[in-house]
Design a protein around this ligand. Structure first.
Ligand SMILES: *Cc1c(COP(=O)(O)O)cnc(C)c1O
Length: 400
């Protein structure tokens, strides 16, 4: 390392477009579930690169896959067939409701693809005039025009209007509201089974089934955005599994590439049949290195023993959080499943994040009052204990 912490921060502040407010530390390396800054301070990672680092840092199988495939073939574009793409597609299809996969490079892109495919489906064969979307309050689907148009937060949308027309918002977990919004013109309803950015809000037991029924009645597709909650995060491979409802399209991204960028839009034959060569594409998508790593991630995370350990750590985490809630009144509500938790607090969450960093913990937030925890899925009981101790100390200070 040639540069010091202050120099790096100064350079970034001068040259990088300031779309993020970052704390004053520079991360330098990671090991297991810990990251280290340039000064050598160690942090327990409870945000995992925003639900990306499912296997933590420095996983030997991930590193081996990168090295092996990078030596063989790094990039050829989608003009040619490659083995890693074919094998990853097979894995995703064989373990889901879907028959086809479209690969892209991020969550937002997986949403854009889903919206485009739904529009194409809505005007093919016997179908015509279906080009509208229904999304929900509290939703987050990304930052490009289509994804942004279906994202709830006014502050994200307003500066960039006019957005994609034909998007209607219904209230999350309110089937009456959804029934009003979904019409014969709706080509798709898009929903996160567990909202991430919106504050870790779980779909109620019958909500997704109700949406499925509405979509079937009115002839619309159902899109699940599992970019954050999918791929083992909830202790099930797919977040929608416990709801026993299947979508027509599902979007994946964050953890799929083990830290390398990838997105995937999964769909049924009914949707796939309406898409032809030339309808959509991407130069970088399904990069052979990323697809090799993604196979490692998928095999590991989808293993029943691995998923059981996510549920077990999740149960420990919840019981620790409930203990903290009981001891310190500042905790209003605890929401989540598996290793995806939102802790609503009667305090400024930024203050909690800052104190957490001082104590050697990186946490996230979802809005102004929800602390968000998305640790690597490989955390162990001792790490849950470390979190409980340190968060307990912070809540105690808040209460005082
Ligand atoms: C992060 C996220 C996205 C956007 O993904 P990017 O990779 O940041 O483009 C979309 N949907 C959900 C639910 C997300 O959490």
């Amino acid at each position: 390392m040639v540069l010091g912490t202050e120099e790096i921060i100064a350079l970034e502040k001068q040259y990088v477009l300031q779309t993020y407010r970052r704390p004053n530390l520079v991360l330098d390396r990671g090991e297991g579930v810990y990251v280290y800054d340039l000064e050598g301070n160690r942090y327990l990672d409870l945000i995992g690169g925003i639900a990306v680092n499912a296997l933590g840092y420095g996983d030997s199988q991930v590193l081996e896959a990168i090295g092996r495939q990078a030596n063989r073939l790094l990039h050829v574009s989608n003009l040619y067939h490659t083995e890693p793409q074919a094998l990853l597609a097979q894995l995703l299809v064989e373990h889901s409701f879907a028959q086809r996969v479209f690969f892209c490079n991020s969550g937002t892109e997986s949403i854009e693809a889903a919206l485009k495919f739904a529009r194409k489906w809505g005007q093919s064969g016997d179908i015509s005039g279906k080009n509208e979307f229904v999304a929900f309050t509290g939703s987050f689907h990304g930052r490009t025009f289509g994804a942004l148009s279906t994202t709830w937060k006014e502050r994200y949308r307003a500066p960039f209007e006019p957005l994609v027309p034909g998007v209607h918002f219904a209230a999350f977990n309110d089937l009456d509201s959804a029934a009003e919004a979904v019409t014969d013109k709706t080509c798709a309803v898009i929903v996160e089974p567990i909202q991430g950015e919106g504050g870790i809000n779980l779909a109620d037991e019958g909500f997704l089934a109700g949406l499925r029924q509405l979509c079937d009645e009115r002839g619309a597709l159902l899109i699940f955005d599992e970019v954050q909650c999918g791929l083992g995060r909830t202790g099930n491979l797919w977040a929608h599994e416990p709801y026993e409802v299947q979508p027509d399209i599902m979007c994946l991204a964050k953890p799929l590439g083990g830290g390398l960028p990838i997105g995937a839009t999964l769909m049924t034959d009914r949707v796939a049949q309406t898409i032809e060569p030339g309808d959509h594409g991407s130069t970088f998508a399904a990069n052979p290195v990323v697809c090799s790593v993604a196979q490692v991630i998928f095999r590991r995370v989808s293993h029943p023993t691995f998923l059981a350990s996510v549920r077990a750590r999740g149960a420990e985490l919840l019981s620790a959080l409930l203990g903290l809630q009981k001891s310190y009144g500042v905790v209003r509500e605890i929401r989540g499943r598996g290793l995806m938790w939102g802790i609503e607090i009667d305090a400024d969450v930024q203050q909690v994040l800052e104190r957490g960093r001082e104590l050697g913990m990186l946490m996230g937030n979802a809005g102004e009052h929800v602390l968000r925890l998305l640790p690597p899925l490989t955390i162990e009981s001792e790490h849950v204990g470390e979190l409980a101790d340190k968060l307990g100390q912070i809540l105690k200070e808040l209460k005082a």
